[in-house]
Design a protein around this ligand. Structure first.
Ligand SMILES: C[S@@+](CC[C@H](N)C(=O)[O-])C[C@H]1O[C@@H](n2cnc3c(N)ncnc32)[C@H](O)[C@@H]1O
Length: 242
């Protein structure tokens, strides 16, 4: 089972896959988790940064009104974190990306699953939208571990990193590869096994490919899954050419 999943993005509900993975097989967990969003009270705000994009897409507008950016975002961390704890190796590092509204609740659920919080990291974006409670120009990454402490490869990396957000996105919440690469690269060694069970556009898979880390990526939405597989293949082809 494990071997069949390594090095590819699997289209499935992560809950089903996690149950089948053996204990202590994962060297690092990295996920930008799904959660409900709120509009922030400003009529010109949207997850895409432009109001018009929502207005021209009735389906997306309907989802957004229900607190969703994409279809699959109903899962709670408490549903998968116990299994993540079981399958992570002792001392392994984990990273979970969230926005400010979900930070407190997610930290609580990470601690409830017996993990130890190492730090809260900040990703400072080059773009953002207006908001009645200040502009949302940062996102958070909860950095945690299972059990005893293991040092980072490079202790000179700042906890607040500025990023350029991707322009040609295939996913509404696509993250910059460089950011994911920095964190995974700092917590793992070559050939280590990284898990992302909410893979979206496949950013973690691309980062692991660049870093020569093995990966298991899972995405439930067939459209994102297909687009992310194509993205990964394209990256792999480009690197073979040069
Ligand atoms: C916040 S997005 C991840 C975006 C990603 N970081 C990127 O750079 O593209 C979360 C993803 O989790 C997926 N998802 C939600 N529930 C899931 C589940 N139970 N199993 C697998 N994937 C799921 C959603 O379809 C969505 O694409």
């Amino acid at each position: 089972m494990l071997d069949d999943l390594i090095g590819k993005i699997t289209c499935a509900d992560c809950i089903d896959i996690l149950k089948q993975l053996p204990d202590k097989c994962i060297d690092c967990f990295f996920s930008d988790i799904p959660y409900r969003i709120s509009q922030g009270g400003c009529s010109t705000t949207s997850a895409f940064g432009t109001k018009n994009k929502w207005q021209n897409n009735p389906e997306k507008l309907e989802l957004y009104k229900k607190g969703k950016i994409f279809t699959e975002n109903d899962i709670e961390p408490s549903e998968y974190l116990p299994d993540i704890y079981r399958i992570m190796k002792d001392k392994a590092h984990g990273y979970i990306m969230v926005n400010s509204s979900n930070l407190k609740n997610t930290i609580q659920q990470i601690e409830d699953a017996n993990f130890i919080i190492n730090n809260i990291l900040v990703m400072k974006k080059n773009n953002c939208v207006t908001n009645q409670w200040y502009m949302k120009d940062i996102e958070f990454t909860i950095f945690f571990r299972k059990g005893g402490a293991k040092p980072l490869n490079n202790c000179g990396i700042k906890s607040c990193l500025s990023v350029i957000m991707p322009k040609d996105k295939i996913h509404e919440t696509q993250k910059p590869v460089e950011y994911v690469q920095t964190l995974i690269g700092n917590s793992t060694q070559e050939n280590d096994l990284v898990l992302d069970c909410f893979s979206g556009s496949g950013t973690t898979a691309v980062a692991c490919h660049n870093l020569h880390r093995r990966f298991i990526c899972i995405e439930k939405d067939p459209e994102y899954w297909k687009a992310s597989c194509e993205r990964l293949e394209q990256e792999q082809r480009q690197q073979t050419l040069f």
